[in-house]
Design a protein around this ligand. Structure first.
Ligand SMILES: C[S@@+](CC[C@H](N)C(=O)[O-])C[C@H]1O[C@@H](n2cnc3c(N)ncnc32)[C@H](O)[C@@H]1O
Length: 184
């Protein structure tokens, strides 16, 4: 947990400096890069009941691991939204290397501008304040039958359809991860 707190504190300081120097409107940085462990990625997708051919959006897709697993192991179409160019390139390379281009892609843009009416499953690993920011967009746009799975942080006032804890004994700092399923 100390590692996560350190990453979030450094990220908050860097984001504040960026804001002070900002000349033009940059996309909001809604969370630092902190990857979800593979076992937790699998649990997120399973909790979200993703079926072959369905569409998954990962909001802030990092190195593309959720998008890649959704396409490779679940036969779903998957799109990641990411503003960090290095991570965009890295995830696109990983998709290409696995020959998943027909199913998986990464868009280099602000996740807040995504069309949330399209996906069947939305995965989120952001911060509580970021969940607050995207919540009204999701409430307006997410289609009936779609699901949202959030890693570690809830959406205020939404009814949790299912909550699970995933153990990750390989990580001493963060051995447990909470996942929340929401249904529209
Ligand atoms: C905690 S990481 C989660 C990465 C990945 N979803 C996972 O679970 O492994 C959050 C990611 O969101 C990205 N991000 C932050 N603000 C964003 C924005 N406005 N639009 C798109 N991506 C954003 C960060 O660059 C970072 O890679």
């Amino acid at each position: 947990m100390k590692k996560l707190l350190l990453v979030v504190s450094l990220w908050a300081a860097a984001s504040a400096l960026t804001l002070v120097g900002a000349q033009d409107a940059k996309p909001p940085n809604l969370a630092p890069y902190f990857p979800t462990p593979p076992a937790v990625v699998k649990a997120m997708i399973e909790l979200g009941e993703l079926k072959p051919g369905e569409l998954l959006y990962d909001l802030g897709s990092g190195d593309g691991r959720i998008v890649i697993m959704a396409a490779q192991a679940f036969g779903a179409r998957a799109v990641g939204f990411e503003i960090d160019q290095k991570l965009v390139y890295q995830s696109r390379e990983r998709i290409e290397k696995r020959k998943l281009g027909a199913l998986a892609s990464i868009e280099e843009r602000d996740l807040m501008a995504a069309d949330f009416s399209k996906p069947d499953l939305i995965t989120v690993y952001l911060l509580p304040s970021s969940n607050d920011k995207i919540q009204p967009l999701l409430e307006d746009q997410v289609k009936p039958g779609a699901r949202v799975v959030s890693h570690d942080f809830t959406f205020r006032g939404w009814e949790i359809a299912k909550e699970i804890v995933v153990e990750d004994p390989t990580d001493e700092e963060i051995p447990t991860h909470k996942l929340f399923l929401y249904r529209r």
